[in-house]
Design a binder for this molecule. Structure first.
Ligand code: ADP
Ligand code: GLC
Length: 508
């Protein structure tokens, strides 16, 4: 993989295609509502596209937990949403993405979105998720009609918006929205949104779409599959993942669909919001730093992190950080298995931030109790601590079993923190393997998803930290030098939108 050097800053991009009207529809948008990296992507790409001259607007649900500050205003007219058998109405809240003029619209509906959580409450996934997100899809499209703003392309994300391209191809084909092209981005094949076929009735999608080459899978509706069949163009979030998902091992049952549509599928690496994840301007760091002040800045961040998580204050010890959903996908069970062996034999500390799998939460809490001062854990969601871990750790641990893209390893490199990752998906595309003595690489990669392979690689990282500090310092600087911002990849989206619009026009 060849990495682009950071380009000289430019005042604005010049569009390579004519300015487009682009509608983003998503269940998550940073900074308003976030479960994972999907929110970061949808909160940042539209701003870059707008800077390229496009008219981009974002629609998401106004969940019960959404904090509506004074930047939000309610649109005066209620929004009628054509779902179900009786009249459904939403209240539309309007604001902009921070530091931009990109309009965002949050759809309020007490019965469907009044709960604070996005996907799952204390008892698991909401039983009406199919109806909630069908409402989002149809609501976003009805909002366009109400605004008198017909997009050239609608960009939908993951299974929750899989029915949107179906609506455009069927129910809405002979309406003013019938010419809208669709782009569907897969952020994760592991969540497919299986639902009862009632969702088709609810969304007013013809029952004839309940068939294997449309929305049906194993006798149920598969909303991810629906999006994959119906969208004009498909993307996923890294080039390597685009290949992996076309294989039985990575396709989670949909690899044949992806092979069928492979001419329309592109892997485009996510960019990061380089203003939000910038160690030189980070208000969560005690002493923001850049490449020249890396050593002093990281030392201050490490001490602050150690204090925050109850670790022994020691500027010299190697600190490994984790910021992650605690889910099987993330491979943290490998860390749990290797942890006692690492702690018994290596001079290291661990800083864990995350939540999810109760077994993993329990294991990391156990480690903190049994290795006081050497393991610190915060179970929960904490954006400030996520930034501090990025700044204060020496290594960022990401042993994912699968990783469509992964953003946190890119944040780590930007903060001069060396990633230690399993070689999969977007981690292959973003972390170049360290080669001892050659001045090459930006991190440590291991291949086998086993605890011994992880253990050995942590040992390799420790040896580098203690025995070859100059090499590690040079590697940190190489990582900081990478350009992970949206620039070039936003242009690839721009090009793809152009192809989607042309293909939709050609389809008549
Ligand atoms: P995924 O989307 O699979 O969870 P990514 O690496 O793409 O993985 O994105 C994860 C995002 O969520 C990052 O912005 C990361 O900082 C954030 N994050 C994950 N867990 C937490 C947490 N417990 N507290 C704060 N931020 C978190
Ligand atoms: C998903 C993936 C992650 C990716 C993110 C944003 O949550 O698990 O790898 O970075 O989406 O695209």
């Amino acid at each position: 993989m060849v990495f682009a050097r950071r380009a000289a800053p430019r005042a604005a991009f010049s569009p390579t295609v004519a300015p487009l009207k682009i509608l983003f529809v998503s269940p998550e948008v940073e900074p308003f509502v976030k479960v994972g990296g999907l929110a970061d992507m949808v909160g940042s790409l539209p701003k870059t596209l707008a800077a390229l001259g496009h008219d981009v607007r974002v629609v998401f649900p106004a969940y019960g937990g959404l904090r509506l500050d004074s930047s939000w205003r309610a649109r005066p007219e209620p929004l009628g949403v054509d779902v179900g058998t009786s009249a459904h109405w939403a209240r539309t809240w309007e604001s902009v993405l921070p530091d931009s003029r990109v309009p965002v619209y949050a759809l309020e509906h007490e019965g469907l979105f009044g709960r604070p959580e996005v996907y799952a409450g204390p008892w698991g996934n909401h039983a009406d998720n199919d109806l909630r997100f069908a409402f989002l899809c149809r609501g976003a499209l009805n909002l366009c009609l109400q605004l008198g703003w017909i997009p050239d392309v609608a960009h939908a994300h993951d299974w929750t918006t899989g029915l949107l391209p179906v609506l455009l191809n069927t129910t809405l084909r002979h309406t003013p929205l019938g010419g809208v092209a669709s782009v569907f981005t897969v952020h994760n094949m592991e969540h497919q949104g299986y639902a009862d076929r009632r969702v088709l009735d609810f969304a007013h999608i013809p029952p004839s779409e309940f068939r294997p080459d449309s929305t049906e899978s194993g006798g149920a509706v598969n909303q991810l599959k629906a999006g994959l069949y119906h969208a004009t163009k498909l993307t996923t979030v890294s080039p390597t993942y685009a290949e992996e998902i076309k294989t039985p091992a990575g396709g989670h049952g949909l690899d044949a669909v992806l092979r069928f549509r492979s001419a329309d599928l592109v892997g485009i690496l996510n960019g990061i919001d380089a203003a939000v994840w910038n160690p030189a301007m980070d208000r969560f760091l005690p002493r923001p730093y850049d490449q020249r002040s890396l050593v002093v800045g990281k030392r201050a961040a490490k001490l602050a992190l150690q204090e925050r998580l109850g670790l022994d204050a020691d500027p010299h010890i190697a600190v490994f950080g984790v910021v992650s959903r605690f889910a099987a996908q993330k491979g943290l069970d490998l860390v749990a298995e290797a942890l006692p062996h690492i702690l018994d034999r290596m001079h290291v500390q661990f800083a864990f931030l995350g939540a999810g799998d109760p077994g993993l939460e329990q294991t990391f809490r156990w480690a903190a109790e049994n290795y006081p001062g050497r393991v610190g854990v915060h179970v929960g969601y904490d954006n400030a601590l996520a930034h501090l871990i990025q700044g204060g750790s020496d290594f960022f641990l990401m042993p994912s079993r699968a990783e469509p893209c992964g953003l946190t390893q890119m944040y780590a490199m930007r903060y001069g923190t060396t990633p230690l990752v399993r070689a999969t998906g977007g981690l292959i595309d973003t972390v170049a393997q360290y080669v001892e003595g050659k001045g090459e690489g930006t991190g440590f990669r291991f291949h086998d998803a086993t605890a011994p392979a992880l253990y050995n690689t942590v040992g390799w990282a420790c040896a580098t930290y203690y025995d070859r500090p100059d090499e590690l310092q040079a590697m940190r600087l190489r990582g900081m030098d990478r350009d992970f911002s949206w620039g070039p990849n936003a242009r690839r989206f721009e090009e793809l939108y152009g192809w989607a619009v042309a293909a939709r026009r050609a389809a008549g």
